[in-house]
Design a protein around this ligand. Structure first.
Ligand code: DC
Length: 225
């Protein structure tokens, strides 16, 4: 088994964990896995082929057979770039629904663990520290208030020239948080051994610095032990 270190960053939608995780990976020269993209690509492929989002066995089979490749920030499904298409609110909602299905989660497990390669992996999602990499060197629970997250998402959509309504976004985020936290398999929750990082009043730079400082302390702590 690979001994490459893992930094697991979990948290709710639009908390900024993806940006922070990617920047931490870049700073350390580690690989990066956006696990939410796997759920999003699966939801996108299911919608594309007209599969009902409740058909658990068919969705699990679909997830196992998908040819998904990451190249920097771009995601390819069967060789086609799907980066923008999987970021829509609609696909996010569908991803959150299928993510509640245990067999679908199991189908994506091995795929996620395969990203653990030297010199190390930084990954973000909902259950990276609890289920996928329970032995991670550092676990961070990165969050921000729902209002702050809705504002951030609103700004992102407006910058992309897409329509956005902050009240609807806030309601959507709350519903998705509730669904991600209430499901019985691998729910969104802070692990007892995860460090809490609330970014409501933090810049991305400060959040990245904090994660790097925790990681360096972990590495020097284990070297001294
Ligand atoms: O992080 P994100 O918003 O791109 O994730 C989309 C959905 O996928 C999210 O609502 C819940 C699900 N997800 C999950 O259940 N477990 C993960 N490790 C990552 C995402």
């Amino acid at each position: 088994m690979s001994r490459a270190p893992v930094i697991a960053i979990d948290g709710p939608s639009a908390s900024g964990k993806g940006t922070v995780a990617a920047r931490v990976a870049q700073a350390l020269g580690f690989h990066y896995l956006d696990s939410g993209a796997l759920y999003r690509v699966t939801a996108f492929a299911a919608q594309d082929s007209g599969l009902p989002l409740t058909d658990e066995p068919a969705l699990a089979r679909l997830a196992e057979g998908l040819d998904i490749r990451f190249d920097g920030v771009e995601v390819y499904l069967h060789g086609q770039p799907v980066g923008e298409a999987i970021r829509s609110e609609e696909v996010g909602r569908a991803a959150s629904r299928i993510a509640a299905l245990p067999r679908l989660r199991l189908a994506l497990l091995g795929r996620q663990r395969a990203f653990r390669q030297p010199p190390g992996l930084v990954t973000d999602g909902r259950d990276m520290g609890s289920t996928v990499f329970p032995e991670a060197s550092l676990k961070v629970f990165l969050t921000a208030s729902a209002e702050e997250r809705a504002q951030r998402r609103y700004k992102q959509l407006i910058e992309k020239g897409l329509p956005a309504n902050v009240t609807a976004l806030l309601q959507d985020l709350r519903e998705r948080d509730a669904r991600d936290a209430a499901r019985s398999t691998a729910p969104l929750r802070q692990m007892a051994d995860a460090r809490l990082l609330d970014t409501s009043h933090l810049t991305i730079d400060r959040a990245v610095e904090q994660v790097l400082a925790w990681y360096r302390a972990t590495v020097s702590g284990s070297a001294a032990a």
